[in-house]
Each structure stands twice: as structure tokens, then as C-alpha cells.
Design a protein around this ligand. Structure first.
Ligand code: GLY
Length: 403
């Protein structure tokens, strides 16, 4: 396999020979992909320049983002994917019309946190990868600079969160020295920047962060903590805890999904097999914990007396990550095993939770759980929609994405 070496002779990027085992449901998933792309098309005039945030409770209509929202790129990401599937210019134009907003994000450093990864991978990196646009490249590299600058010694990771006015004092203090699992997806922006510039500092910081995620957030049984707190003076680990899961020692399913997808994708970018094997262990952990329809419960370790809300967004992220993982293993049993698990989950989403046929629905999937502790279950979620489209594309053989 060809390996690109960075200036310090450390591996920063590899081109692996990928293998895509055939999906069991090719016709069903192709038809679902076509329905989803048509649905995205019909939503363009409804959304205008707005980006969906979360469904209005009890409806299939979206609330839209105000400035400084972590979810602002998931609709542009769907538009870029639709452009990549169809080649149609209007998807590209509609996505690019959002560029001024992402410029505004760059001009507001006080808005910046690990979500720079989601925001810029699915807007500017997407634009650059699909069109070669140099302004998009510069904007994405600027975002990567801001993200890399959030690494502060002695903490072995990029600072994920900022304290906010609405946080209670304890949580505000804890947040600045907390590693969270959601940040797994942000490392793709740094790995892309390393590849693009040849600057090893981007991949060094990404690898430091990824290795800390594996060491502290992933437990011995391959379940995960949502968060891990560190001592800000010594950089020593203190304790794992949850923010959005059921309890500190439970396993929040969307957190697990961010890690499965993030480690699988990081393997595809770096060739580091420990990332692939961590993703595989985390996938094995969930395989016997899915609900009858193949979808994730919102937490994998709920006590019997708790209501079992589904999280279709976790299922969509996981399925997309499992296809990437299967690709990374190359031909053989592992690849077949993870494709079969991804197929099971995606089949459940397509046959039970896809709402594209509902003309009144502004989203693609029902029953996402945004934040159960705050009463936000049974939502349409733009990230569920984005990863559903990504998973369908991966299932039918697409391999080029924006991570
Ligand atoms: N904040 C990321 C998530 O809710 O998954």
C-alpha cells in the first residue's frame, strides 16, 4: 500500500486498498437512496437558507438553527452527498449558498469547540473535495488551525467544550478539562489538514487525541464513557462520567456510535490498525444489544424499569461506521461480519423508521433521541438524516466522503 510520509517521517496518511463486500439488500438500499435524494431535493425550497436543528415536538416539522449551533452542517452535508450521487448542480449551489454562515463561524472564535470538525468537514472540506474550490480549502484549513490550537498541555487531547453561562459551576469547571466521545468525529478535519498541507502537527494532535479516546473513554469490555475528566494542572485522568447517557457507568449509544465511526474512519485515513481494532471491539459490544428492529436503544445499559426510547441517529451513525470498518478489513470473515451487522441496522432503519414517503415530513428518520435526560426523545435529527444518507451510499458501494 502506498504510504505518504510527512516531514518527520511519521505516517500521516495512507491509501489503503479497500474492499466492499456486497450488501444483502442491494435493491432495497438503492431504492431507499433514491427516495432520500428525491426527498432532499423537495426540501431545498422549504428550507431556503435555513439549516434544520431538531423536530418541533409531536410534529415532523423542523426547528431551524440560530447562529452558533453544532448541527448547522448536517443539512449542507446532505446537499453535498446528493450532489456527489447525482452530479446535479442545484444541490451544490444550495450547499454553497451557506458559505457566508461558515465564514461567520470562523470570525467568532468564542463559538469554537470540537464541533468545528462536524461544521467544516461537511461544508468546506466537502466543497473542496467535490469541486476543488480553493476558498473552501482555505476556510477548512483555517478551521483546522483553530481546532488544533485547542490542544493545551498538559491535557492529552484537544479541548472539547467551553464553559457556558447556562452550566452550573461544577459542570462549567469540569468541562474545560473533559474529553468527550463526540469529539471523535472532529479528528477527521485534522487528519485531512495533515494530508492537505503535509504538516505533521495536525496529525500528531489528532493521534494524541484519538489515543486518549481509546485509552480513557473505551472500557475494557469495549463499552464507552461519554466523558472523561482530567486534572487540568497535572493532566492526570480523574474519572469517567456521562452527560447524555443514562448513568456514569452506562453506555450512551450515540457516544458509542461516534467512536465506532470515528475509529473506523481514522483507520481508513491513517492505516493505524489499533483504531480499526478498537472500532471492531466496540461494534462487537453492541451486536447483541440492538432492539428487534436492529436499531439502538438510546443507552445500551438501561435498567429494566426505564423506558426504552430508540435512537435512530445512533443507528445511522453506527451503520455508516460499520460499512467503513468492513471496508478497512479487506476481503475475509471480518469484513463479511461487519457488513452483515451494518445491513441489519440499515434494514431496520429503511423498513421501520424511514419517513421519506410522508409528504409532510421535513426529515428522513423518526425516533431519534437527542437528549433523553432533557426530555428530548422521538425526534427527527439532522445528524440522523445525514448519516442515514451516508450509510445508504456506503451500502451500495460509494467510498468517497468528507471525513
Ligand atoms: N453533542 C453531540 C450529540 O448529541 O451526539
Amino acid at each position: 500500500m502506498p504510504v505518504i510520509q510527512d516531514a518527520d517521517n511519521a505516517t500521516s496518511y495512507v491509501n489503503l486498498e479497500l474492499f466492499q463486500p456486497p450488501t444483502e439488500h442491494a435493491a432495497l438500499f438503492s431504492a431507499a437512496l433514491s427516495n432520500v435524494v428525491s426527498k432532499v431535493d423537495t426540501l431545498i425550497p422549504q428550507f431556503g437558507l435555513r439549516n434544520p436543528r431538531i423536530s418541533i415536538p409531536g410534529t415532523r416539522q423542523y426547528h431551524f438553527c440560530i447562529p452558533d449551533e453544532w448541527v448547522a452542517s448536517f443539512w449542507p452535508g446532505q446537499l453535498w452527498l446528493a450532489h456527489s450521487v447525482t452530479g446535479a448542480e442545484h444541490f451544490k449551489n444550495s450547499a454553497r449558498m451557506r458559505r457566508p454562515y461558515f465564514n461567520t463561524v470562523l470570525q467568532h472564535p468564542e463559538w469554537h469547540d470540537h464541533d468545528l470538525g462536524f461544521l467544516f468537514s461537511l461544508s468546506c472540506v466537502a466543497d473542496y473535495k467535490l469541486t476543488g474550490d480553493q476558498t473552501a480549502r482555505s476556510m477548512a484549513l483555517r478551521a483546522a488551525d483553530f481546532l488544533a490550537a485547542r490542544w493545551r498541555q498538559p491535557l492529552p487531547f484537544v479541548m472539547c467544550w467551553n464553559p457556558m453561562r447556562r452550566d452550573d459551576t461544577d459542570f462549567a469547571l469540569r468541562k474545560t478539562s473533559t474529553l468527550n466521545i463526540d469529539s471523535m468525529q472532529a479528528m477527521a478535519l485534522l487528519l485531512w489538514a495533515a494530508q492537505e498541507t503535509g504538516q505533521a502537527s495536525f496529525s500528531d494532535i489528532a493521534n494524541l487525541h484519538l489515543e486518549s479516546c481509546a485509552k480513557y473513554l473505551v472500557r475494557d469490555d469495549y463499552s464507552s464513557y461519554h466523558c472523561y475528566e482530567f486534572d487540568p494542572r497535572s493532566g492526570d485522568p480523574v474519572v469517567g462520567y456521562t452527560h447524555q447517557g443514562y448513568s456514569d457507568e452506562s453506555c450512551w449509544s450515540r457516544g458509542q456510535s461516534w467512536a465506532i465511526h470515528g475509529f473506523a474512519q481514522s483507520y481508513l485515513s491513517t492505516g493505524n490498525t489499533s483504531y480499526r481494532d478498537t472500532a471492531a471491539g466496540m461494534a462487537d459490544y453492541i451486536a447483541d444489544k440492538l432492539l428487534d428492529d436492529g436499531v439502538c436503544p438510546w443507552d445500551y445499559q438501561l435498567p429494566d424499569d426505564q423506558p426504552v426510547y430508540r435512537d435512530t441517529s445512533a443507528a445511522a451513525v453506527t451503520a455508516a461506521g460499520l460499512y467503513a470498518l468492513a471496508q478497512g478489513f479487506g476481503p475475509g470473515e471480518q469484513s463479511i461480519k461487519y457488513t452483515a451487522l451494518a445491513d441489519r441496522m440499515l434494514f431496520g432503519l429503511v423498513t421501520h423508521h424511514d419517513i421519506t414517503a410522508d409528504n409532510d415530513a421535513q426529515g428522513l428518520l423518526k425516533e431519534g433521541a437527542a437528549f433523553v435526560g432533557l426530555g428530548r426523545a422521538d425526534n427527527m435529527l439532522p445528524y440522523g438524516d445525514y448519516y442515514y444518507l451516508e450509510a445508504l451510499m456506503r451500502a451500495v458501494g460509494h467510498t468517497e466522503f468528507f471525513w
